[in-house]
Design a protein around this ligand. Sequence first.
Ligand SMILES: [Fe+2]
Length: 329
Amino acid sequence: MNKMVHLANILVIDDEIGIRESLRIIFLDTYEVHLAANIAEATLFLKEIDIDIVFLDIKMSHENGLDFLKTIKTTYPTIPVVIITAFPSSQTAIAALRNGAFDYIVKPFDYAEILETAKRALNQRSSDADKENMIYSLRKAVHQNFFSTTEALLHAIDAKDSYTAGHSKRVSFSIAFISEKLGMNTLQTETLRYGAFLHDIGKIGVSDFVLTKPGPLTEDEFEMIKRHPDIGYKILEPIHFLKDSLSIVRHHHEWYSGEGYPDGLKGDEIPFEAMVLSVVDAYDALTTDRHYRIKYSHKKALEIISERINVQFAPSITEKILSIIDKYH
Ligand SMILES: [Fe+2]
């Protein structure tokens, strides 16, 4: 046999040495075989080796094979698991198939049948991997396309108001970092990152005279500014994969007290992600030069935000965000 060819890795998990050895002999010429006598050993193999198929005894004397099957399917969902059973019609075997086992082999073993099962399991694994790769690249391409398009929109605002594009990119970058530190999951982090990137997109619909006015705004002018979350929401509403980020865009200027805009939501009515964005948004705005004032120091910005907790910003989450900003700024 040509040793340069990559052999698929098979992991056999069985507490009976006789079974482990029989399977080792069956697979010996075709695959790289790893033998585990218990779940602890199997866990180590799964961590250290890129296992392609698992053969698992579901009825071991001291351990629950069915539970371990569930663990494998959760942690390594693409690895096919073939169960070893004496009675394929038993409740446990049926439960195993319902819990994602690829197939079963029956004791005593039929060599040809076992090799055939291993071959089918491998084919399934490689077609699953192809599909996954394709989905990943497609998703990546869609996201890249999407970001270049929205970046163009941001640059369109930039032509009116040089602050917004840079601000949106910075807030989007820091919010991804902060949400990870807050223990949010990948999905929430992504939702926040998109929401942050596009939160001020609605400023495209606000006159540049108002956006760049160096002095204080009149009441009418402020009313015009207050329309940007709703305009942004309407611009992005048709984009299906942004649906989770829409409420962030709409509600990033709501206040904890209910005095914010556009909907005057208060307390827990404000989506959590929008509340997170409002703090990070405020910090970036305060520490950047604006048309109407020069920037505040990091320390002063933290002070201003802290003083507005319970009025503009929610307690607890704002304190956590400020301490992350303070630690890593
Ligand atoms: Fe805004």
